[in-house]
Design a protein around this ligand. Structure first.
Ligand SMILES: *Cc1c(COP(=O)(O)O)cnc(C)c1O
Length: 388
C-alpha cells in the first residue's frame, strides 16, 4: 500500500494488511512449511524457508517502510546480525564498538578465532579520532547507537561519510532507538539491524530480527542467506511481532517520557553516582543525540556503589529483575555480571523502561535504592550467568 505522506502512527496501524474485500483485517497465521505446486514453471510459494510466508511479508512491509528500504526478517536479532556478517568475504576487516550487544562481540570473536573468518578491531567509539582512524582501514563498520548498556551515541553520518571514502560498509544496530527515533539508512548507513524481540515486538513474548538495506542487491543476498542458513522467523512470532508493532508509537511515547523523568530524578538521588541517558542535558552525548535522534528512547543506565547494585536489582517489585528490555514491563539488570562486560562499571544498572505509571516506577526505585544502601546480606557476588 502506498503510505507516502502518512504519519508514522498511521503507518504502524495500516501497513501490512490484506486490502481485498472479504479478507481478514490481519494477515492470518499460516502454519505451513509447504504449499501446493502450480503448473511446472509457474512462479508461486512452494516452501516457506525459500518463498516466505504472508506473515513475514507483512512485517517486512511495515519495518521496511519505517526504515526506508527493503526489509528481511530473521528468526532473532542475532540471526539478523549473523546474516549481515556472513555477506562479508573471508578475512574482511570489521570494526566493532567496545560497548555493544554482547552477542555481537561473541559472534565476531568466534569467527576471528575460527581461522580468521574476519579480523576484528574493537574501538571505543567515544574517541572520535580512534573511530575514524579505524574506519579508514575497514571493510565493515558496525555501530550500535545508543549503545548497550552505556548509551554511547555515535555520529552515524560522519562515520558513513568516512566509510564511503574508505570503501567500507556501515551497519547500525538500531534496536535501542527503534525506527521511530532514528533511521540509519537516511544518515548514510548500508544496513539498519533490529532485534524486534525488544521494542518492536514489545511484549517479551517472541524472538525475531530484521535487516533493512539501502541497496536492493543486499536484500537479495540476505534472502539467499536466510534460505541457505535457514534462520527463518516462525509464523506465530511474525504475527505477534506485527501485532506488537501496531502500538510501538504509543508504547514508546509513554516509556520514553517516563525514562526522561526517571533519569532526572535518579541524577538527583544521593545513592546514584551517575546516570547515562542521552536525553539529560548534562550527558556527554546530549547535543549529538538531539541532532541525530527524534527522541532519547526508553533505556537508561545508572551507577550505584558496586556492592549495592545487586541489592538494588533484587529490591524492586513493580520493575522486573530480568534481562532484556523493550517490553511493556520495565526490567532492571546489573550488566557487569555478564561475560564480555569488563568495560562496564560493576555498579552499573541498566533500566529498560516500560509502560507502567512513572510514579509507581519511581516509588519502586526509591525503595530499592534504600534497600541497596542498607541491606548487607545482598552483595555483588552472584555467580556469572552465561546468557548474553
Ligand atoms: C537483544 C539485542 C540483540 C539480539 O537480539 P535477539 O533477538 O536476542 O537475538 C542485538 N542487539 C541489541 C542492541 C539487542 O538489545
Amino acid at each position: 500500500m502506498a503510505a507516502g505522506g502518512l504519519r508514522v502512527e498511521t503507518r504502524l496501524a495500516v501497513l501490512g494488511r490484506p486490502r481485498e474485500p472479504g479478507q481478514p483485517l490481519n494477515v492470518p497465521i499460516v502454519p505451513a512449511s509447504n504449499f501446493r505446486a502450480g503448473a511446472s514453471g509457474t512462479a508461486g510459494r512452494e516452501y516457506s524457508r525459500d518463498d516466505g510466508t504472508p506473515g513475514w511479508e507483512a512485517l517486512e512491509e511495515l519495518i521496511g517502510d519505517l526504515e526506508g528500504g527493503p526489509a528481511v526478517c530473521f528468526s532473532s536479532g542475532m540471526a539478523a546480525i549473523a546474516a549481515v556478517l556472513e555477506l562479508l568475504p573471508v578475512g574482511a576487516r570489521v570494526v566493532a564498538p567496545r560497548d555493544s550487544y554482547t552477542g555481537l562481540r561473541a559472534l565476531l570473536g568466534d569467527g576471528a578465532a575460527a581461522g580468521g573468518r574476519w579480523a576484528v578491531r574493537t574501538v571505543d567509539v567515544t574517541d572520535a579520532g580512534a573511530l575514524l582512524a579505524a574506519v579508514a582501514d575497514a571493510d565493515l563498520v558496525w555501530l550500535e547507537t545508543p549503545s548497550n548498556p552505556l548509551l554511547d551515541v555515535v555520529d552515524i553520518a560522519a562515520v558513513a561519510t568516512a566509510a564511503r571514502a574508505a570503501g567500507a560498509l556501515v551497519a547500525v544496530d538500531n534496536t535501542f532507538a527503534t525506527p521511530l527515533l532514528q533511521n540509519p539508512l537516511a544518515l548514510g548507513a548500508d544496513f539498519a539491524v533490529h532485534s524486534a524481540t525488544k521494542a518492536i515486538g514489545g511484549h517479551s513474548d517472541l524472538l525475531l530480527g530484521a535487516v533493512v538495506v539501502r541497496r536492493p542487491d543486499d536484500s537479495a543476498r540476505l534472502v539467499r542467506r536466510r534460505e541457505v542458513a535457514g534462520a527463518t522467523p516462525g509464523a506465530l512470532e511474525a504475527f505477534l511481532a506485527l501485532r506488537g508493532a501496531r502500538t510501538l508509537a504509543v508504547r514508546l511515547r509513554q516509556a520514553q517520557e517516563s525514562a526522561g523523568e526517571l533519569a532526572r530524578r535518579l541524577a538527583a538521588h544521593p545513592a546514584v553516582d551517575r546516570v547515562r541517558y542521552p536525553g539529560l542535558p548534562g550527558d556527554p552525548h546530549h547535543a549529538l543525540a538531539a541532532r541525530q535522534m527524534r527522541g532519547s528512547g526508553a533505556v537508561l543506565s545508572f551507577e550505584v556503589a558496586d556492592a549495592d547494585a545487586d541489592a538494588v536489582c533484587a529490591g524492586v517489585g513493580v520493575i522486573a529483575s530480568a534481562t532484556s528490555l523493550g517490553g511493556v514491563e520495565s526490567t532492571i539488570e546489573r550488566r557487569a555480571k555478564l561475560p564480555g562486560q569488563e568495560h562496564v562499571q560493576a555498579g552499573l544498572v541498566r533500566l529498560g523502561v516500560g509502560c507502567e505509571h512513572v510514579e509507581d516506577l519511581w516509588a519502586d526505585l526509591v525503595a530499592a535504592l534504600d534497600t541497596g544502601a542498607t541491606d548487607p546480606t545482598i552483595r555483588s557476588d552472584v555467580p556469572v550467568r552465561s546468557h548474553l
